[in-house]
Ligand binder design. Structure first.
Ligand code: B1M
Length: 213
């Protein structure tokens, strides 16, 4: 098993899209646990690619290739998770978005897939979405929860800006706002007045449940 996880990690690290896709399909065919496949396999590859980028051993083209391979695997695993949707969930409507100026959508997509798998109704707005569009979508769709993902220290600010905009439009008490993403912390969430913070897809599911219990 560990060899298969290692191959998954390598496929992402080396940016081998076809191999990543093949391994994801193989994992599903073998009935492996999807969360385990992500955590022990593919995600290790994308995290290591990030470390190599930080150390100056990888450059942007390599990072892009790794991200593309990760997304190939994620697309397959994401639909498997969604198909597994628990019918007796909270049935809360959750809107997920990666904030303005930030294209990192892998974590947001994983969180969305886990929420769906746990019975919530997901609206995925996408990534790098202008704040005004997010607020308009909240007005239009009336989600119970708005999830704001940010992966750059420079885009975390947008989470706070969106919360302020919701206050200005008298929408703040109509939607719970949760925040996450690698640089985001519990204390940042408190500073900007978010209702909650989660550091992983699993804690995000628990957080949403807790907000309504
Ligand atoms: Co970029 N990038 N990147 N990148 N990238 C990081 C974030 C970075 C840490 C890399 C590094 O230097 N080590 C660094 C940020 C530094 C900083 O701000 N402090 C960085 C940089 C600098 C950049 C660019 C500026 C590079 C450049 O152009 N010079 C550029 C920015 C583009 C932009 O957004 N405007 C850039 C571009 C890219 C790619 C396009 C190549 C690609 C993104 C592809 C894509 O997503 N479509 C990419 C990638 C892949 C990464 C790393 C390697 C991996 C991110 C990822 O997908 N992780 C990343 C390094 C790293 O994180 N170690 C890096 C896996 C994912 C599952 O984890 O997103 O943390 P994560 O999500 C987790 C949790 O955080 C949580 O649950 C998820 C599942 O466990 N979570 C939530 C996430 N959102 C949540 C929301 C919630 C709750 C939980 O509630 C709402």
């Amino acid at each position: 098993m560990s060899l298969l996880f290692e191959a998954m990690k390598e496929s992402v690290l080396l940016g081998e899209e076809e191999e990543a896709k093949k391994l994801a399909l193989e994992a599903l065919a073998e009935g492996l646990n999807v969360e385990e496949v992500m955590e022990k396999g593919f995600l290790k590859g994308i995290r290591q690619a990030g470390d190599l980028y930080e150390e100056g051993e990888y450059f942007l083209p390599e990072l892009v290739c790794s991200a593309d391979a990760m997304k190939e695997a994620l697309a397959i695993l994401d639909s498997a998770l969604k198909e597994r949707k628990v019918e007796k969930g909270t049935e809360k409507k959750v809107m997920m978005v990666t904030v303005n100026g930030d294209v990192h959508d892998i974590g947001k997509t994983i969180v969305g897939a886990m929420l769906t798998a746990n019975g919530m109704n997901l609206i995925d707005l996408g990534a790098d979405i202008p704040n005004e569009e997010v607020v308009e979508a909240v007005l239009r769709e009336k989600p119970d929860v708005l999830g704001l993902s940010a992966l750059l220290t420079s885009t975390m600010e947008e989470q706070g800006k969106i919360i302020k905009m919701l206050e200005e439009r008298n929408l703040r008490d109509k939607v719970k706002v949760i925040v996450g993403g690698a640089p985001v912390t519990e204390s940042w969430a408190k500073t900007i007045g978010a209702d909650g913070y989660a550091d992983s897809a699993v804690t995000a599911v628990n957080l949403v449940r807790d907000l309504f219990n």
